[in-house]
Structure formats: C-alpha cells, structure tokens
Design a protein around this ligand. Structure first.
Ligand SMILES: [Zn+2]
Length: 418
C-alpha cells in the first residue's frame, strides 16, 4: 500500500496530505508540515473487531446512547514502549507504519460510532418518529478517528511549534470537511481529552474526531437558542454574546486580530474558555490561512497559561462546536470550548448529585476571578495588554445587546415563590 503526495486541495490548507490504508482496511492520512512523499506498508496481520457497536434511543431525554462494548477491551495506559500511537520501529509495529511523522489521522480501532452499524428503532414505537424529529440520518452510524499531534510520546500539544499547531488546524479542517460529506455523518466534533484525571487511556499527545450520525443534544440546544433569538430580536446570538463580553471586558482573557478568548458569564466549569472567531463562520474548513495561523499562536499561548494555573499540567477537554450538515445556514458560529475539572491544587470538580443527576452545574470559582488569573499569566504579552486596554470599563449601554434575563419559563424560584 503506497501513497503519493497530494497537492493542497483548498487555498486555505497549507499542510501536505497523503493517504494510505492500514492492514485491516482502516484509512490513515498523514499531514506533513512540509511537502514529502510517504511509502506506507503496514506489516501487521490484524482485523477489525466485529460487533459490540449499537445505538439506542432514550425516549425520556430524546437522546441517543452509543453502546460500544468492544471499547471495554482497548489498550489502557500502556508503557511508552508499547504505545500504539508512537511510530513503528524495527522491533514493533504500531498503528502508524512510519518511522516518524508530523500529524497523522486514522480511523479508531475501537470506535464509539462506526459506519456499518444499523440504527435499531424497535424499542418503543415512538422511537423512530422521535429520532426523525431529532434530525437523525437513517443510513450509516458515524465514524471515529484519532489525531496524533506529534510523534514525540513525551510532548504535549501546548509544547508544539506554531507551525505544527497550524498543521493540526489544517488536519481538523480537512477531516471536518471530508467526514461531513459522508452520508452517515451529521455533525463533526474535533476534540482533545488531556490528562489521566479526564480519563485518557493513552499518554501520547493526541485528540479525536467524532462524526456523529445525529445532531448532539448540546448542538441541538444551541441551534434552538440561536433560532429563537433571531426570531425575537432579529440578531445573531453568538455575535451579540461576543459583543457583550467584549463590552463588559471582565472575562476577556485574550484578543487577537481574528479571535477573542473569554470565560462566559455563565461558565459551569472552574476553568472554561470559549474562543470565538471575529468573522461569522460555521465550520473549520471556512477559516482562512490568516485566521488559522492567528488561532494557532493564540491557542498555544492559552494552553501554556492553563498549564501554569495549578501545580502540573492542566487536565482539560477541548473541542470545536461546528454547524451540523442539516443546520439552517447562518445560525451556528464556529467556536472552541476548553474546560477543566481542576479547581485547585489537588482538588477536582466531580460531576456529583446535582450535575450528574439533574444537569444543574455548581461552579466553585467566579468566572471573573478565573479570567483575571489567566490574564495575569499572560501579563507582559501584547494580547493581555490589548484585552485590558480594549475593555477595562464595564458597559454602560442603556440596552444590553443580549437578553439580561432568562426567559420567564426558566426563572429560578425566589424565597417568596418557593
Ligand atoms: Zn506514544
């Protein structure tokens, strides 16, 4: 199985892509910082694990649950000489049949979703109708990929060069476009789990890309909120949130030419960064080269600040919100959400009774305080100075650009009404 170098397909992508197949038929795609030709030969004798994947519909919450029993047997925290994401050596064949690589993407051997799994719909007679109203596509059941950010097992994404970070952005954008074009994929989510506290099973610096066969509950709610806001106010909810945060200024962590990073007023996690592009784009492939370069530098800066917050690297989950395939054009704004369960040295935020049982979050840290800490960690940098100078004064606008109060049907009970 050999592969030739492919020329960049879009004017926005700079990374150089080449494609091959692993021994069990899974696709593997290399994204190189500079042009090169790779010859790929996977010498393993492996087959894809069969069975164990199923999707079931919860008619109470009207949400899908993936049953992926094969994942129970996947590799768990192997030693570095057994890492499946490290390059292949003379002695050991890994998932990446190359002696070195820059960024590589391949189909997950133990996927949560995969394309050849039928969607069952027979538990309740209402299931199929409810699924249709939730926007599910009936054919195929998604796809899961692994993204390795570097071939250096001991590195971290926060430590890669800006050039490599740009290659990662290009890989995310490329895969988002390709996966969204597949018939069984409704929404693409590029994300990274970092840290044993988050539950990673491999230490090697890597992320994942899920092609969900349906619109996820969080995205469905975001789209409904944006549609409702546009109907009532005739405006873009995401643009108004960004404008309100910039106007207030207390939760802005960094601003660059093309991006703003802030902690939303309603942050539910101890550390929760939202990074919005200034231009209204819905998906990663739409980002220009300048926007990608700008993001790469900003993101590395923010990851490095995060690692200085507590003693040791910050455990985090970071992922991109993008418009699903069937979303109404113009409703979604692409943005990244990064959050951590660490709230202090040696203290983690657990999703306990209220959060896990009822979905009501209790944040132990005021978003304004965490934003100030992150700004101070960037002190001296142009970004931090710019953010402060831009927006030190709270807004005195007579009319706030976004709803200051939740809708009446969502009002919390006060002492008098309880
Ligand atoms: Zn490794």
């Amino acid at each position: 199985m050999t592969t030739a170098h492919e020329a960049p397909e879009t004017q926005h992508r700079r990374a150089h892509k080449s494609r091959a197949q692993l021994a069990d038929g899974r696709e593997i795609i290399f994204f190189d910082d500079a042009p090169r030709t790779r010859t790929v030969q996977d010498r393993r004798e492996i087959t894809r694990p069969e069975g164990g994947n199923e999707m079931r519909y919860d008619p109470l919450l009207r949400e899908w649950v993936a049953i992926a029993a094969a994942r129970q047997h996947r590799t768990h925290l192997p030693s570095s000489d057994q890492c499946p994401l490290c390059p292949t050596t003379e002695d050991r064949a890994s998932e990446v049949p190359q002696a070195e690589y820059d960024v590589v993407v391949f189909e997950n051997r133990f996927p949560s979703f995969r394309g050849d799994v039928p969607v069952p719909g027979d538990f309740l007679s209402t299931t199929t109708a409810a699924a249709e109203s939730a926007g599910i596509r009936q054919h195929g059941s998604g796809r899961c990929e692994v993204v390795c950010f570097t071939d250096d097992h001991t590195s971290q994404l926060a430590q890669v060069s800006a050039e490599r970070m740009r290659t990662v952005v290009d890989a995310w954008a490329d895969r988002s476009e390709a996966m969204l074009a597949e018939p069984g994929v409704e929404q693409v989510y590029c994300f990274e789990n970092r840290g044993e506290e988050i539950g990673v099973t491999l230490h090697h610096p890597h992320g994942q890309i899920y092609g969900y066969p349906f619109i996820t509950p969080r995205t469905r709610t975001l789209l409904e909120s944006a549609a409702d806001y546009r109907e009532r106010r005739g405006a873009d909810l995401f643009a108004d949130i960004l404008a309100a945060e910039v106007s207030d200024g207390r939760r802005i962590v960094a601003r660059t030419e093309h991006w703003t990073a802030f902690i939303p007023a309603w942050a539910r996690w101890p550390v929760e960064l939202h990074i919005y592009p200034h231009r209204a784009v819905e998906r990663l492939p739409e980002l220009t080269g300048a926007e990608r370069d700008d993001f790469a530098a900003l993101y590395l800066d923010l990851l490095q600040r995060g690692d200085q917050l507590f003693d040791g690297p910050l455990p985090y989950i970071s992922g991109w919100q993008q418009a699903p395939a069937s979303a109404e054009p113009g409703l979604m704004r692409l943005h990244l959400q990064l959050f951590s369960i660490r709230r202090a040295e040696n203290k983690l935020k657990f999703l306990a009774g209220s959060e896990s049982g009822m979905g009501v979050f209790i944040n132990d840290i005021a978003p304004e305080d965490m934003a100030r800490r992150l700004v101070d960690l960037g002190a001296g940098s142009a970004d931090a100075d710019a953010a402060g100078a831009d927006s030190a004064e709270p807004s005195t606008d007579a009319e706030p650009p976004i709803d200051a109060e939740p809708p009446t049907d969502a009002e919390p009970h006060t002492e008098e009404t309880r």
